[in-house]
Design a protein around this ligand. Structure first.
Ligand code: PAF
Length: 285
């Protein structure tokens, strides 16, 4: 596996592959890799003969009171995992390589509406940071396809919308969430949990499952389901941020006739802000 830190080196290699007619799949990450990320690489390898991943902790997507400074940076260990997973090229740029001018002076890419709900409602500017860095990475790597985890479902929907609106020639592929045996979705932020908090954490997934079960059983009082779930999470020791039932593709509130829904949850547990979501398929009435 090659590791490059500059855009120029990245372009030289990708151009050579493209000249040889080889398709390129891309996995953008912020590092501190776990099995979920390696699943994204495995999917990328199934879909294209050449695979590129990036590791870049993007300052533009962190709010002033968020964990940018303390976000775990584990490049050596991550590189070993990626090499063992069969990745061809790792792009690990510095902040100066990605943002050569002060952040406030750099052009940004904004998707309207979709970032106003769920995580975007409490993380103002977060998704502008994501769409800006992902656009830049797409322009640098020029991949045929890019792979994203479904744990960040809102991010996946926003990136699909961006790629469609800007006619980007990149196919966006979603990969189902990888979970621990007790249901906890894998996340780099799980490392912030104490042993006691780790024991509580799977309640987030169980609460989503319970709501999904009630929807499948015919319940349609979404507001009551959401309030009950938030109460249960608070009783378990979380500080719930949101628990919401929405449509999967446009993230709008359901009208009642939908057969495909998605339930989204975010809650704080100590230092960690955990997110998760579940699809719900309903039989037409
Ligand atoms: O999902 C992430 O890790 C990040 O938001 C991404 C897509 C790598 C952009 O920084």
């Amino acid at each position: 596996m090659q590791i490059v830190h500059s855009i120029a080196e990245l372009r030289t290699q990708v151009t050579a592959w493209k000249r040889a007619g080889e398709r390129v799949a891309f996995v953008p990450t912020m590092g501190n890799l776990h099995r979920g990320h390696l699943q994204l690489v495995a999917r990328a390898r199934e879909l294209a003969p050449r695979t590129v991943a990036s590791i870049f902790v993007n300052p533009l997507q962190f709010g002033p009171n968020e964990d940018y400074a303390g976000y775990p940076r584990t490049l050596d260990e991550d590189s070993r995992h990626l090499a063992a997973a069969g990745l061809d090229l790792l792009f690990a740029p510095s902040v100066a390589e990605m943002y050569p001018r002060p952040l406030a002076t750099m052009t940004q890419v904004t998707v309207p509406e979709l970032p106003a709900v769920l995580c975007g409602a409490s993380r103002l500017g977060h998704f502008d940071g994501v769409t800006t860095v992902v656009s830049k990475l797409f322009n640098m790597v020029q991949p045929d396809l890019a792979v994203f985890g479904e744990k960040d479902w809102q991010q996946l929907v926003i990136i699909r919308r961006m790629a469609a609106d800007l006619d980007l020639p990149v196919n966006i592929v979603g990969v189902p969430t990888v979970r621990e045996a007790d249901g906890l979705a894998l996340s780099s932020r799980n490392g912030y949990l104490s042993a006691e908090q780790r024991a509580i954490a799977p309640t987030l997934h169980r609460t989503l499952q319970a709501a999904a079960q009630r929807l499948r059983a015919g319940e349609r009082d979404y507001a009551a389901l959401e309030t009950q779930a938030q109460t249960n999470l608070a009783a378990a020791g979380f500080q719930p941020d949101y628990f919401e039932i929405r449509r999967p593709d446009d993230l709008c509130r359901p009208g009642g006739a939908e057969t495909e829904l998605r339930i989204f949850a975010a809650a704080r547990l100590g230092r960690a802000r955990l997110i998760d979501n579940l699809p719900v398929h309903l039989d037409p009435r």
